[in-house]
Design a protein around this ligand. Structure first.
Ligand code: ZN
Length: 81
């Protein structure tokens, strides 16, 4: 892969990089696409609230979220559903 990247014109490489990196919407870092998950909704996995109890982070949807942020959220009892 690296070999072929060296053969390509710079503008093509620039466009490919746009596809390979996306912004994590939790930490706001550009992450390699393999380290991201797409269209993820997270929720608390401890059933400590009533369904009608409003809580801002009980459900949150991310277009992209990195694996590191998912790990950090799990420590706060928030998991992808
Ligand atoms: Zn992140």
């Amino acid at each position: 892969m690296v070999y072929y990247m060296n053969e390509l014109p710079d503008d093509i490489i620039f466009n490919i990089k746009d596809f390979l990196f996306e912004m994590c919407l939790e930490c706001n870092n550009k992450c390699y696409i393999d380290n991201l998950r797409k269209n993820i909704t997270t929720t608390y996995y401890k059933d400590i609230f009533n369904d009608d109890f409003p809580f801002p982070r009980i459900h949150k949807t991310y277009k992209f979220i990195c694996n590191r942020c998912i790990s950090n959220l799990k420590k706060q009892l928030i998991i992808p559903i």
